[in-house]
Design a protein around this ligand. Structure first.
Ligand code: NAD
Length: 475
């Protein structure tokens, strides 16, 4: 399927195209070619969407949960039917290898199916009092939602918010990223064709700051969900505070990986060197700061660097590609600056450290003996860079892992079960992977603590974020 140039915003049941709106140029990150022009929402568009979302919520909240579930299962079926076409769009505009795009699209269908069923189990509770009074604790949908999602997992992150909100009975205005609109719009078409009313789920693109101020400032919006960087998250929290609006914030991370002497070294090298470069490292839970115990430091670093050199970099549409370009032209200069700072301060560059010949490519990079003074030890590289440092003791490893304001994900590799328990208890993060980097599942809570945000997406907790509780005391 070729890239669609017929892009639009979907408001109150109809797609709106250019019609004099400002546009954003969508670029292929592998080639730098302009793919299409994307119309951006005006203030009048947003007002129309808000009115529609208010009416949509009044209706959708009254629809039986089983009927809502049936609709969401239809959406999931349509996503599965159209998966290959959506995956090609995703790779073309975002850069990730087609195999990764296929997995991401498949996860969208699984997410709609999961929340469709999970919402049926939102029971509330009854408290029986000796006086004959009953206290009922009810869960009700929070109201119209504004959802802002980023470009690293464009379809998956939009769907995590949309499927949960819709299954709970909320209406939603989604603003996915402007960089990757064809894939998110194709998913939206599945939502429309599956039967979700046009005023219940809407899709807009626009100037992010204008859109978020407008939507969050409206009394109609009752809940904000954002995935993105810490500074933008803090900004949106301040806007939300004015209306005391509920928020879910999934912000950045700088994940530490503690590699203990007693780990299965070959397994750790294999898993770490493949996971690090997935989606070119543009993953909020990407393993980044590798703290390796002294006894195996040299062997781990050498093995990781060797595996990294073998990674095939190229256009995500080529079957042999293991790592594609970075998704936008902001990332290569940002990473280049961090790597230059680290090497100037004494880090050893073992491989990579340079851009590719075209598009937004940046080669898989390994830095060893990275000094604590390097900016990259504090700033999330959000790209294909692995940082290595040795450690001596358990306490030192934990102190290093916990020293940043981030608290999203952390990992540890050890064959000692007691040590694994102690490390899981001590790490200050919302998620911990032990002897594994697989920590994202549709039925498990995904979210961070500290400045990485609060609230969870996925799992029962991810659904609960779209309810308010009401206590009714009846005599
Ligand atoms: P950015 O901080 O400008 O934007 C991050 C995201 O927020 C983007 O999707 C953007 O469209 C959106 N955004 C920006 N300003 C906004 C506003 N005022 N209102 C609503 N949305 C707004 O940075 P960027 O260059 O797009 O991404 C780089 C950084 O963002 C990375 O270093 C990483 O820390 C973070 N990021 C995190 C995730 C994640 O999964 N948590 C995803 C993408 C980016």
């Amino acid at each position: 399927m070729s890239y669609t140039t017929d892009l639009g915003i979907y408001i109150n049941g109809s797609w709106r195209r250019g019609e004099g709106r400002d546009v954003h140029e969508v670029v292929n990150p592998a080639t730098g070619d302009v793919l299409a022009e994307l119309p951006l929402a005006t203030a009048a568009d947003l007002d129309e969407a808000l009115d529609a979302a208010e009416r949509g919520f009044s209706h959708w909240r009254t629809v039986d949960v089983n009927a809502r579930a049936a609709t969401l299962h239809k959406v999931a079926d349509l996503i599965r039917e159209r998966a290959e076409a959506v995956a090609v769009l995703l790779t073309t505009e975002q850069g990730k290898p087609l195999a990764e795009a296929r997995t991401e699209v498949a996860s969208c269908a699984a997410t709609f199916d999961y929340f469709a069923e999970e919402a049926k189990r939102s029971y509330g509770r009854v408290l029986v009092r000796p006086t004959g009074q009953r206290s009922l604790v009810l869960k009700q949908p929070v109201g119209p939602v504004a959802a802002f999602s980023p470009w690293n997992f464009p379809v998956n992150l939009m769907v995590k918010k949309m499927a949960a909100a819709l299954s709970a009975g909320c209406s939603i205005i989604a603003k996915p990223p402007e960089e990757t609109p064809a894939s998110t719009s194709a998913i939206m078409q599945c939502v429309i064709d599956g039967g979700v009313p046009g005023n219940v789920a809407q899709l807009i693109y626009g100037v992010p700051d204008m859109v978020s101020r407008h939507l969050i400032g409206s009394a109609i919006i009752r809940k904000i969900s954002f995935t993105g960087s810490v500074p933008v998250g803090k900004h949106l929290l301040k806007l939300a505070a004015d209306g005391v609006k509920r928020t879910t914030m999934e912000l950045g991370g700088h994940a530490p990986v503690l590699i203990f002497d007693d780990c299965n070294l070959d397994n750790a090298i294999k898993l770490a060197s493949t996971t690090k470069f997935r989606n070119a490292g543009q993953v909020c839970i990407s393993p980044t700061r590798f703290y390796v115990q002294e006894g195996i430091y040299d062997r781990f670093v050498a093995g990781f660097a060797q595996a990294t050199k073998a990674i095939q970099v190229g256009n995500g549409l080529d079957a042999t590609t293991v790592m594609g370009p970075l998704a936008n032209d902001r990332r290569p200069p940002a990473i280049e600056k961090l790597v230059a700072d680290a090497t100037a301060k004494g880090a050893r560059l073992l491989t990579g450290g340079e851009r590719g010949d075209c598009g937004n490519f940046y080669l898989p990079t390994v830095l060893a003996d990275v000094p604590m003074s390097a900016d990259i030890m504090e700033d999330e590289p959000f790209g294909p860079v692995a940082l290595m440092r040795p450690f001596k003791t358990f306490d030192e490893a934990i102190e290093q892992a916990n020293r940043l304001p981030f608290g999203l994900a952390a990992y540890a590799f050890t064959e000692n079960a007691r040590q694994a328990n102690l490390v899981a208890d001590a790490l200050e993060t919302g998620m911990v992977g032990l002897n594994s980097f697989a920590i994202s599942y549709v039925d498990a809570p995904f979210g961070g603590i500290k400045e990485s945000g609060f609230g969870s997406e996925a799992g029962a907790e991810g659904l609960d974020a779209y309810y308010v509780t009401k206590a009714v005391h009846q005599y």
